[in-house]
Design a protein around this ligand. Structure first.
Ligand code: DGT
Ligand code: CA
Ligand code: CA
Ligand code: ZN
Length: 598
């Protein structure tokens, strides 16, 4: 079985477990499914080399899941999943991709109406059979009809987390090839879209044939659809298609611009070219026969009278107008992040100790991290109660003293209960440096209930940040249904910060929500939600992309601030009061400065 197949099986198992109402396990299976999909080596090789023990080295994989993986790798199937499939023979993976349809409702649809597939569902809606089911009103029918339409548009797309690393490996390989002068990935991946249809590569080379040979012969290639001297198309083992085009050196910029897209952006750009009496194509920008730009993208945008538009903004959603008025945002960059406010450890479901995570974060150049393990209600992760949380806080302080060059903050990821209360006492929350609150249960409440629940959590004076606000899992769980306007109102009113969770299966807030937060002046943080030292990189790999697609600048992202400023900005300004000693030093510095300036 390939990694993609193992991952799909685990994800399907997660859905069935959720259908069965098994608590917490589904999330664990989904996490493992994601980890396997994004491994850089075949899981079967890991098994051959290290046996079942090697499975435990995969992030998020405990003993039970390791056994399932071994079963899948050895037998090509797994007993539990086969049993579920024969008990409830429905296309649960596709059906639950529909917005508004979770595993439980899929079960109801099957039991009551015999619906097994999206096609069945479509017919049942047409025949008006859904509206008689308890819990499925006529509003549900029209919502589901809309979901099916949206699903058909997006079917066959890949969450970026499943393909980004692979895409970069291929890009580097092309760049490193002796006969290649320049190479770049283009298309939706370069724009860092949340989902990607296929991978597009461009190269400049004097030896097209040998580059095409190299590309078609890569070990990741499963089959070659077409191989010519300017274009090769392949299917990669992971299941995604990749195209490679050879372009002339003098039009590399124009080709890169064209094949980066988006289509809508390109159409708008071509219109501008025409209005200036120019012709824009993937070969360049021309006045008559004369090229006026195309060697680089910068040159091309300049020749059109525009500021350079970063790929993440190229969606024809206002960026062209902004570029012509020279008011594009100065997008946030990875180097500007100074800290990470969601980090897990072995105390719950993470893999590293407090010290491991601190050292790895320091290695990445971070100035501070908050340790935010899970709390009581997430029992499956060993969620901490008040007593353990306080004990951990002591250890965090002690570790902080022993490690120079990075500041460790104490924190927690507390659960927001169904009614919006939290699973940890206020007195204890008050003692933590950073409190993140998150939804980890009751995902299918009504919009009203979900909104009220989040708002109530934000009204708690100790809650600094709402972690992964929509609780979605890409390719898995749908977002909870909230009134984003009302949630952002509450954020502004209470001073609560919204998180951009950079776990690739979350990317939550979503770029559209980030854009709205930017418009409204709602503050955000970008955090890794790392459960493993290697995952600390998620902020720069994925989180920054989400923020940039949402037009965020450094000023919108709180963890670009130095520590003391950050703490001042959190709700109750914990730690903001400088010690007398520091106040004295500060005063002295100011006096020095004034004296110098005088
Ligand atoms: P994807 O692959 O569905 O995630 O999205 P893209 O944006 O990568 O689209 P893809 O792979 O079909 O084509 C790559 C780029 O090539 C696209 O972003 C813009 C450009 N392109 C492709 N077809 C057309 C077209 O018909 N008109 C224009 N203006 N541009 C096109
Ligand atoms: Ca593409
Ligand atoms: Ca393509
Ligand atoms: Zn969480």
């Amino acid at each position: 079985m390939t990694n993609a197949e193992v991952s799909r099986s685990l994800r399907e198992l997660a859905l069935y477990l959720e259908m069965d109402g098994v608590p917490f396990k589904p999330q664990a299976y989904e996490r493992a499914a994601y980890a396997i999909a994004s491994l850089d080596r075949p899981v079967s090789t890991l098994y051959e080399e290290g046996g079942a023990t090697a499975m435990l080295g995969i992030p998020g994989v405990g003993k039970g899941i390791a056994n399932r993986i071994v079963e899948l790798v050895r037998e090509g199937k797994c007993k539990d999943l086969e049993r579920y499939r024969s008990d409830v023979p429905v296309d649960i993976a596709s059906l639950t991709e529909l917005e508004g349809l979770g595993p439980k409702r899929v079960m109801t649809l099957w039991k009551k109406l015999g619906i097994r597939s999206i096609g069945d569902l479509e017919r049942a809606i047409e025949q008006g059979r859904l509206r008689h089911l308890p819990g499925f009103g006529s509003g549900t029918e029209s919502n589901l009809r809309e979901s099916i339409r949206a699903w058909r548009q997006h079917a066959g797309r890949w969450p970026i987390g499943e393909v980004l690393r692979l895409a970069r490996v291929l890009e580097q390989r092309l760049r490193g090839a002796a006969s290649v002068e320049s190479a770049s990935v283009a298309g939706s991946l370069r724009r860092l879209s949340t989902t990607v249809g296929d991978l597009d590569y461009l190269v400049v080379t004097s030896k097209p044939r040998s580059v095409m040979e190299l590309f078609a012969g890569m070990p990741e290639v499963e089959r070659v659809y077409a191989k010519g001297s300017t274009k090769t198309m392949v299917r990669l083992e992971q299941g995604i298609d990749a195209d490679l085009r050879v372009v002339p050196k003098e039009s590399f910029g124009a080709a890169l611009q064209y094949f980066t897209g988006s289509k809508a952006h390109n159409v708008a750009l071509r219109r501008i070219a025409i209005s200036k009496g120019l012709k824009l194509s993937e070969y360049g920008l021309f006045r008559g026969d004369k090229s006026v730009g195309g060697r680089t993208e910068e040159e091309l945008y300049r020749a059109l009278g525009l500021e350079f538009i970063p790929p993440e903004l190229r969606e024809d959603e206002g960026e062209i107008e902004a570029a012509s008025e020279k008011r594009l945002p100065r997008l946030i960059e990875p180097a500007l992040l100074r800290g990470d406010l969601q980090v897990h450890t072995k105390w719950t479901d993470g893999r590293g100790s407090i010290e491991d995570m601190a050292l790895a974060a320091r290695e990445l150049g971070l100035e501070y991290i908050a340790i935010t393990d899970h709390t009581r209600d997430l029992a499956m992760t060993g969620g901490l109660d008040e007593e353990r949380l306080l004990k951990q806080m002591d250890l965090i302080r002690e570790t902080d003293k022993n490690i120079k060059g990075i500041r460790l903050l104490s924190g927690a990821e507390v659960n927001i209960r169904r009614d919006g209360t939290l699973d940890i006492e206020d007195e204890v929350l008050a003692r933590l440096d950073v409190v993140g609150a998150a939804v980890h249960s009751h995902f299918s409440l009504s919009r009203e209930e979900s909104t009220r629940r989040l708002v109530r959590a934000m009204e708690n004076p100790h809650v600094d940040i709402i972690f992964h606000p929509s609780a979605r899992r890409l390719g898995g769980r749908q977002p909870i249904d909230i009134d984003l306007d009302a949630v952002f109102d509450a954020a502004l009113r209470t001073g609560t910060v919204m998180e951009i969770d950079a776990q690739p299966e979350r990317l939550d807030l979503d770029p559209r929500h980030v854009r709205e937060a930017v418009r409204r002046g709602v503050m955000m943080v970008i955090s890794s939600d790392a459960h493993d030292a290697r995952e600390l990189r998620f902020t720069e790999e994925y989180g920054i992309g989400v923020a940039r697609r949402g037009w965020a600048e450094a000023g919108h992202i709180l963890n670009t601030l130095p520590l003391h400023k950050l703490l001042e900005r959190l709700k109750d300004g914990r730690g903001a009061r400088p010690s007398p000693d520091r106040r004295r030093k500060k005063r002295r510095r100011r006096q020095d400065r004034e004296r110098r300036e005088a």
